[in-house]
Design a protein around this ligand. Structure first.
Ligand code: ADP
Ligand code: MG
Length: 562
């Protein structure tokens, strides 16, 4: 049977997906799953260029390039591109045609029938224009579905949805648009209860803010005004977007752009470090306005935050930590992070295609961190005179798709602090003492002023390995330690901390004493060591562990005397 493919025809990026072996899968185009929704005319050949190449040309050849055509869908207008005039449907059809042909090339199979997604607020004319664009691209558009509905399919598969009524809020912050929708799912019916948003708000605005920040820096520090220099702007636009994306996982990002321009015959370089907090203050107003819309969407659906079963984050810009934090505060519950915020709309469209084609597919398995991971820090509630702080500062929040790398910044307490203890915990309690200890290490510090930055980075992978890097910023002083946390399904968490001193000593003893297999003292020690190792890994109470530790010490003593 012919596959029905799913296409997310986005304002900024588009993507193609299909069910493969029962799993919704992104078909890679343009070396990734994301195709920039940009069309550019090559004036020499008269050919249209689409995707990544077109995006690069957009700043150098603005008159020959069209971006964000989705905003004009359904309007009776013509768009100028070079010396040509095209309708919005025609421009969109270029994007769809590119996706079709590139996808066919990648898969070596024809792509004909498709499900295309549109924003929930699209009216009839906008939906019809989307179908027409598909037809012009040689596609058979079997269904148009709403983007939030598609996203919800990735999380609440048909089987899950069959059990009772659910309310889901979908927050979608993309490149140029913001949408929030509240959905009610009952059986097979997925209904949009309310939908609000701003068609002129998204990641492009954040890029613009950063660009202005960088241009100001160049004006003040280097005495050059590059705001009219198209080539410099083209390079800087790419650089600030990259920096913005970096700031979603790191507290600081450096931008280095050598030889941007010339001043008095000498090259001007850009060398700037941007902190997450600076970036957050630049975009605060924008993201606050989205939370306001979230409240309104809930009101329109006559729901309160507590009525929501799930909150799904969609769109590339929803990776931004301040967005996630702010939404948590607005919703009063931790939102579930989407599988892949940029790709889940296409994945959902592929599921819809699969349902229509009568294909059988698996319930989607998403690898996420089942528990938050973080470190011990001094918090507001900790008594500064108390020797031991107990505030848990999460670095990787629960439900974050893995593998993932996240970093956060902490500060020293006193001038010339000698060392920091990086004490790693897992859990959801706000106090470390109520969470599970994973491991710790000490890092000596170079002499530095009070409140110096210590960047702590966690990389967490599918095998449950956490790679921790502590970096005394600006002092060329780093320490890296690997710890392991193995997570087991419903049974909870299994932690295997690196062997402790006692375990190492017991093993050494066993190796040293060349005793026969059935020597009773040897057997006793093996059993005691196994029990102790098992207990440490499964996280028994401190008391039980102490008893086992004594047993182990006794067994070691007995063997030594043997
Ligand atoms: P759309 O739905 O508008 O087509 P996307 O969902 O693909 O757009 O989002 C694109 C936007 O997301 C761009 O502005 C891009 O810079 C931004 N973006 C992508 N990844 C990240 C990230 N990790 N952190 C912050 N912004 C990101
Ligand atoms: Mg989108």
């Amino acid at each position: 049977m012919d596959t029905i493919f799913g296409i997310d025809l986005g304002t900024t990026n588009s993507s193609l997906a299909a069910l493969r072996d029962g799993k919704p899968t992104i078909i890679p185009i343009d070396a990734s799953g994301l195709v920039p929704s940009v069309v550019s005319l090559d004036p020499d050949s008269g050919e249209f260029i689409v995707g990544q190449r077109a995006k690069r040309r957009s700043i150098l050849f603005p008159d020959y390039t069209v971006k964000s055509i989705k905003r004009l869908m359904g309007k009776d207008v013509k768009v100028h591109i070079g010396d040509q005039e095209l309708t919005p449907e025609e421009i969109s059809s270029k994007i769809l045609h590119y996706i079709k042909t590139q996808g066919e090339e990648a898969l070596k199979e024809p792509i004909n029938r498709v499900v295309i997604t549109v924003p929930a607020y699209f009216n009839d004319a906008q939906r019809r224009a989307t179908i027409k664009a598909g037809e012009m691209a040689g596609l058979d558009v079997v269904r148009i579905i709403n983007e939030p509905t598609a996203a919800s399919l990735v999380y609440e598969g048909p089987a899950e949805a069959a059990s009772g009524r659910q309310h889901i809020l979908i927050y979608d912050l993309g490149g140029g648009t913001f949408d929030v929708s509240v959905l009610r799912i009952q059986g097979e019916v997925r209904e949009v209860l309310s939908s609000r948003g701003n068609t002129q708000l998204g990641g492009d605005d954040f890029d613009r803010k950063l660009l202005t920040h960088v241009l100001d820096h160049l004006r003040i520090k280097e005495g050059v005004d590059l705001s009219k220099d198209q080539r410099a702007i083209a390079r800087l636009s790419e650089a600030v977007e990259k920096a913005k994306i970096g700031l979603s996982t790191r507290p600081f990002v450096k931008i280095l752009e050598p030889a941007l321009a010339k001043r008095d015959g000498r090259p001007v370089h850009l060398d700037i470090e941007i902190s997450r907090s600076t970036f957050e203050s630049l975009i605060e107003e924008f993201i606050d306005s989205t939370f306001y819309e979230v409240k309104h969407a809930l009101e329109e659906a006559s729901l309160e935050p507590k009525d929501l079963n799930k909150v799904i984050l969609v769109g590339g810009s929803s990776h931004i930590p301040a967005v996630i934090e702010g939404l948590k505060m607005t919703i009063e519950s931790p939102p579930e992070l989407a599988v892949d915020p940029e790709l889940c709309v296409a994945l959902g469209a592929a599921i819809q295609g699969g349902i229509m084609a009568g294909e059988i597919f698996d319930q989607i398995l998403v690898d996420v961190a089942a528990h938050s991971l973080g470190i011990r820090a001094f918090g507001k509630e900790d008594d500064y005179l108390d020797a031991r702080p107990d505030t848990f500062a999460p670095i990787i929040p629960r439900n974050t798709p893995i593998p993932v790398t996240r970093a956060d910044v902490f500060r020293t307490m006193v001038e010339n602090q000698k060392a920091v203890l990086i004490d790693v915990f897992q859990g959801e309690a706000s106090r470390c003492s109520q969470n599970k200890s994973i491991g710790s290490f000490n890092m000596s510090l170079r002499p530095s002023p009070r409140h110096s930055d210590i960047v702590v980075e966690f990389s967490y992978d599918l095998d449950g390995i956490i790679h921790v890097v502590a970096d005394q910023k600006g002092y060329d002083n780093r320490k890296e330690v690997t710890m392991s946390v193995r997570e087991r399904g419903a049974g909870g968490v299994q932690t295997s901390i690196t062997e402790d001193y006692l375990q190492r000593k017991a093993k050494k003893l066993l190796g040293m004493k060349g005793l026969s297999e059935d020597d009773p003292a040897r057997r006793q020690l093996i059993e005691a060591l196994d029990a102790y190792t098992e207990a440490r890994a499964s996280g028994v109470s401190e008391e039980d562990l102490e008893t086992l530790e004594e047993d182990l010490l006794d067994a070691m003593e007995a063997l030594e005397e043997d």
